[in-house]
Design a protein around this ligand. Structure first.
Ligand code: 3PG
Length: 307
C-alpha cells in the first residue's frame, strides 16, 4: 500500500524516520509531500495513495475526490476539523485522529502563555504570579486535564472546570472543582484555558457575555481554534474592559485590528505552535503510522471519527 505523509508544516525528522520504519516494516511504501504551498500539489500527490497522514492540512471534498484509491486518512493530532468527514464517509474512507498524542506539548504551551502574559510579555515592569490564581478549564479532555494537573500540582493554582461530558467525580479525583455552568466558569477564572473543539455548536460561541464576565485582570488563553471565538464580540469586550487580556496560539482573523487597538494586551504566535515539539511530532506521527498499518493488517478502526 502507498502511504502519503502530506504536511504543509513538516514533522521533525525523527518523526518522519519513525513513520518510515513503521510503514516499511509492514511492507508498505512511504511517500512524502512536505511544505507544499498549494492544494493542487496535495491533490496530485494523493491521486494514487491508499493511506494519508496529515496534520492541520485541509482534506477537503476536492482532495478526497482526487484520491481515488484512498482507504484511510489519519489526522496526526487531536482536532479533526480540517477533515471533510461527510465526504470521507460518502467515499468509504475511514478517518481517524490520534487523541492524546500531542496533548502534553499543548498543555505546556498553555501554561507558558499564562506566564508570558502575567510577566508582561517579558518586558520590563512588575508582573504577577500564577500561584493562588484560579484557572478555568473549558473542556476537560486530554489537554484540559493536563493543564489542570500542571497548574494545580506545579504552580499551586486553584482549578475549576466545565465539561458536560466528564463526571464531576472524575474531576474531583484530580483535585479539580467541576462548576455547574459555563457562565460560572468564566465568571471565576483569572485565566481561562480553552480546550473545546471547533464544531458547528462551538464556532463563535466565546464572546462578549462570557469574556466580559471574567474577573478583573483576567486572561483568555486560546490553544484550541480561532473559530470558537466571536472576534467582533471579543474586540468589543476588550475595548470596554481595559484590564482583560487575550493570548492565542493561532492568530485571529482580525489580529491586526486587535494588535492596533489593544497592543500588549493581546498576543498571537506567528504559526500554530501547540503541538510543535519533537516529542509531540513523534508521538502523533508514529501513532498515525501504527494505526494505518493495523487498519490494513486487521481492519482495526479504533480512533475512527467518521462512524
Ligand atoms: C491538534 O489538533 O492536534 C493541534 O492543533 C496540532 O495541530 P498541528 O499538527 O497542525 O500542529
Amino acid at each position: 500500500m502507498k502511504v502519503l505523509v502530506a504536511t504543509e508544516k513538516p514533522f521533525a525528522k525523527a518523526a518522519v524516520d519513525g513513520i518510515r520504519s513503521i510503514v516499511e516494516e509492514a511492507g508498505h511504501t512511504l511517500v512524502l509531500l512536505e511544505k507544499y504551498t498549494d492544494a493542487s500539489e496535495l491533490k496530485a500527490a494523493v491521486a494514487d495513495a491508499d493511506a494519508l497522514i496529515v496534520r492541520s492540512d485541509k482534506v477537503t471534498r476536492e482532495v478526497v475526490e482526487a484520491a481515488g484509491k484512498l482507504k484511510i486518512v489519519v489526522r496526526a493530532g487531536a482536532g479533526y476539523d480540517n477533515l471533510d468527514l461527510a465526504t470521507c464517509t460518502e467515499k468509504g474512507v475511514v478517518a481517524m485522529n490520534t487523541p492524546g498524542q500531542n496533548s502534553n506539548a499543548v498543555a505546556e504551551l498553555a501554561i507558558g502563555m499564562m506566564i508570558y502574559m502575567s510577566r508582561n510579555q517579558f518586558t520590563p515592569g512588575t508582573g504577577r504570579e500564577l500561584k493562588g490564581k484560579t484557572v478555568g478549564i473549558h473542556a476537560y479532555g486530554n489537554v484540559g486535564r493536563l493543564v489542570a494537573m500542571i497548574a494545580r500540582n506545579g504552580f499551586g493554582m486553584n482549578v475549576i472546570a466545565f465539561d458536560p461530558f466528564v463526571p464531576a467525580e472524575k474531576m474531583a479525583a484530580d483535585g479539580v472543582k467541576a462548576v455547574a455552568s459555563i457562565e460560572e466558569l468564566y465568571a471565576n477564572a483569572d485565566f481561562l484555558s480553552l480546550h473545546i473543539p471547533a464544531t458547528e455548536q462551538t464556532k463563535g460561541s466565546i464572546g462578549r457575555k462570557l469574556v466580559g464576565s471574567m474577573p478583573k485582570g483576567a486572561c483568555l488563553v486560546n490553544t484550541a481554534r480561532k473559530e470558537v471565538i466571536n472576534e467582533d464580540e471579543l474586540i468589543a469586550v476588550l475595548a470596554e474592559r481595559e484590564d482583560l487580556k487575550y493570548i492565542t496560539d493561532i492568530a485571529a482573523v482580525k489580529m491586526d485590528e486587535m494588535k492596533e487597538k489593544f497592543g500588549a494586551r493581546v498576543f498571537a504566535t506567528p504559526k500554530k505552535q501547540g503541538a510543535e515539539t519533537a516529542e509531540a511530532n513523534i508521538n502523533a506521527g508514529l501513532a498515525a503510522a501504527r494505526q494505518i498499518c493495523k487498519f490494513f493488517a486487521t481492519g482495526d478502526r479504533t480512533f475512527q471519527v467518521n462512524k
